[in-house]
Design a protein around this ligand. Structure first.
Ligand SMILES: [Ca+2]
Ligand SMILES: [Ca+2]
Ligand SMILES: [Ca+2]
Ligand SMILES: [Ca+2]
Length: 312
């Protein structure tokens, strides 16, 4: 009972903290989000978009029985496909639920040894850093199921072992991840790039996002999102060029901040190429250059730009 209360409390806190970027009602002007984003019982919203249920103290199962347990709650063993989510799961299990142990999740290499896939999606499990520690997976054909070990990282294990487990509800994913047109979901944020003929200097781009689209120039402060935005631009939109985003060092030369949130823009690898920023006082606004990396640029240049819709 205690654990249930803790989980419920976590659910409430997490929902209020992170019921974030892309979930609002059909009326874009109202800026309120749909109540249906809250995960169905007994799931908890983790990150912006994922409904997870973590087995309680004392409830351990082998891998198949864990999968069956999840199906009782109309879910499946979890797909932990992004590294931020892995970190949040660790925080939740260790510091909130005080659960120390191993946790089955939904990956397997049973079909083809050493070819790890999520059983639900048949997509590849990410390998290497930062998901697996060096030397793992290490079990060859004796260990064909994926778990988050008691050190927080992925490892392979024998499916007959009994461990805690993490279920995921997939039924609400659509409602959680919806961005209102014209924005589309990239990572866990809602972005929009105006048509190719719309080029603006930095300030006019910012006004275009604010006035017509109720957004602002984008804040891209994690590298996964940068990669996903780049793929979207190149492979989905087929655009080539430079794209204004919402960073600037206008207030203090060399100190890059996102103007919307007044937080530091990440510097160095893997955001900027060596040698950038290079414009000193002549280049005070942030752009994603043709090569896909951050660059400082003169704000009077007319370029493409990326708008983002924020809920907060
Ligand atoms: Ca194996
Ligand atoms: Ca192992
Ligand atoms: Ca500058
Ligand atoms: Ca530059």
């Amino acid at each position: 009972m205690k654990v249930i209360l803790v989980v419920a409390a976590v659910a409430v806190v997490v929902v209020f903290v992170v019921a974030g970027d892309c979930t609002w009602s059909q009326d874009i002007n109202s800026r309120s989000w749909d109540e249906s984003v809250i995960c169905p019982e007994p799931y908890t919203l983790i990150g912006n978009t994922t409904c997870l249920y973590i087995s309680q103290w004392g409830v351990v199962r082998n891998w198949s029985a864990a999968q069956t347990y999840c199906s009782v709650y109309e879910g499946e063993l979890a797909v932990i496909n992004d590294c931020a989510l892995l970190g949040e799961v660790w925080t939740l299990t260790q510091h909130v639920l005080n659960l120390t142990g191993n946790f089955w999740v939904g990956g397997s290499d049973a079909e083809a040894e050493d070819s790890w896939v999520w059983e639900r999606t048949v997509k590849n499990v990410p390998m290497g850093v930062p998901f697996w520690l060096p030397g793992h997976p290490d079990g060859d054909t004796d260990e064909n199921k994926l778990m988050i070990a008691d050190n927080g990282y992925f490892t392979d294990a024998n499916e007959t072992q009994e461990h805690f487990f993490i279920c995921q509800d997939f039924s609400t994913l659509g409602s959680i991840t919806g961005c209102n047109a014209p924005y589309i979901l990239i990572g866990s944020s809602c972005f929009y790039i105006p048509p190719w003929e719309v080029l603006r200097n930095w300030q006019d781009a910012q006004e275009y996002c604010i006035e017509g689209l109720l957004g602002e120039l984008a804040v891209i402060s994690d590298c996964d999102t940068l990669g996903q935005v780049w793929n979207w631009i190149h492979y989905d939109l087929n655009m080539t060029g430079s794209f204004w985003v919402g960073g600037s060092d206008s207030a203090m030369e060399g100190t890059w901040v996102w103007e919307r949130v007044w937080q530091r823009v990440p510097m160095g690898v893997p955001y900027w190429l060596h040698g950038q920023p290079d414009g000193d006082n002549a280049e005070n606004k942030l752009i994603i250059a043709k090569n896909g990396f951050f660059d400082d640029e003169n704000e009077s240049q007319e370029n493409y730009f990326i708008c983002q819709y924020f809920l907060d």
